[in-house]
Design a binder for this molecule. Structure first.
Ligand SMILES: C[S@@+](CC[C@H](N)C(=O)[O-])C[C@H]1O[C@@H](n2cnc3c(N)ncnc32)[C@H](O)[C@@H]1O
Length: 303
């Protein structure tokens, strides 16, 4: 999966790709800062920790994007002082606008996860969502996370692609690709113009994802950085298959011609299946088969 790029080229591709994505990121991924987003984020934190979350005085988010995690956790009253870092200044600009609109104060810092410009022991919580798979040198990044954490502090990452889950997701993607012409006819939409794979944004998309993980790899990188009580869990199985099927179908049609009723069906269906995964499957099946992995670990109280 890792393309033949240097670490510096991967970081540069991530910066450019996410700078361009910043404007439409929230609508593309359905990022929500209302009750729905707050519920999603607190539920992910609870699942990753395996218990009710406490309150964290100072938090640092890595690859914070437009603020999905930090802003929702601020709304939930689970963090006091929030710092958001990201390699993409464009994403941080959107995050600052979102924070202003919600009336929250957040400090934003453009930084690479592998070189954090913070003093040792600065935060009680270091967190991230859907970011580890973009980072070239993970052991180095985790050493940084452990360094900036206060003794006894906690690391939480969620939304990381699992290697096996990623492979399983190719089945609905392929099936949806084959069914797309029939689906478009059924909803009365025309085919989207074919996008040139060498086009800037599209070409970069293939370069920014550099890892998919097994649970064991994720725990060993955390342990290697001196973290303890490492916990890896899995999230989303059928919701993910459903989501990929719909996203693959939708990508083949002219967006304005996809009926609202279909979009509502896809959105509500996804939420319902997330609930099914949560209630029935996540506690019963091995983490490796889920599409997303989550990790929680602590820095020892005295080092
Ligand atoms: C998929 S987005 C996730 C954004 C946000 N956490 C969310 O869940 O909506 C990944 C984010 O990681 C950032 N990123 C990629 N490589 C990074 C690196 N080496 N250091 C810090 N941030 C990075 C990107 O700029 C982008 O904002």
């Amino acid at each position: 999966m890792t393309p033949a790029l240097t670490a510096e080229e991967i970081r540069e591709a991530n910066t450019r790709y996410h700078d361009v994505a910043a404007d439409h990121y929230d609508s593309k991924w359905g990022i929500d800062f209302g009750e729905l987003g707050l519920g999603q984020v607190t539920s992910k934190l609870r699942k990753a920790l395996g218990r009710e979350p406490g309150c964290y005085a100072r938090s640092l988010e890595i690859g914070a994007g437009t603020g999905y995690f930090t802003l929702n956790l601020l709304r939930a009253g689970l963090i006091g002082e929030a710092t958001c870092s990201d390699i993409s200044p464009g994403m941080l600009e959107t995050l600052a606008e979102n924070a202003r609109a919600l009336g929250h104060t957040v400090s934003t810092v453009a930084a690479d996860a592998e070189r954090l410009p913070f003093a040792d022991g600065s935060f009680e919580l270091v967190l991230g969502h859907a970011v580890l798979h973009h980072i070239p040198d993970l052991p180095r990044a985790f050493t940084e996370f452990a360094r900036v954490l206060a003794p006894g502090g906690t690391v939480v990452f969620a939304g990381e692609p699992s290697r096996y889950g990623d492979r399983l997701a190719t089945v609905p993607k392929r099936a949806a690709g084959a069914l797309a012409p029939v689906w478009r006819r059924a909803i009365g939409a025309s085919a989207a113009p074919v996008i040139d794979a060498d086009d800037g944004d599209v070409a970069l998309e293939g370069l920014v994802d550099v890892h998919a993980f097994s649970p064991r790899e994720l725990s060993s990188v955390a342990r290697g950085a001196g973290l303890q009580d490492v916990r890896v869990s899995g999230e989303e199985l059928v919701a993910n298959w459903f989501g990929w099927t719909n996203r693959t179908l939708e990508a083949t049609a002219v967006p304005e011609e996809v009926p609202w009723a279909w979009r509502m069906y896809a959105y509500r269906g996804y939420l319902a299946l997330q609930e099914l995964d949560r209630r029935l499957l996540e506690s019963r099946l091995p983490p490796a088969i889920f599409y997303n992995l989550m990790l929680a670990a602590d820095k020892p109280s005295t080092r």
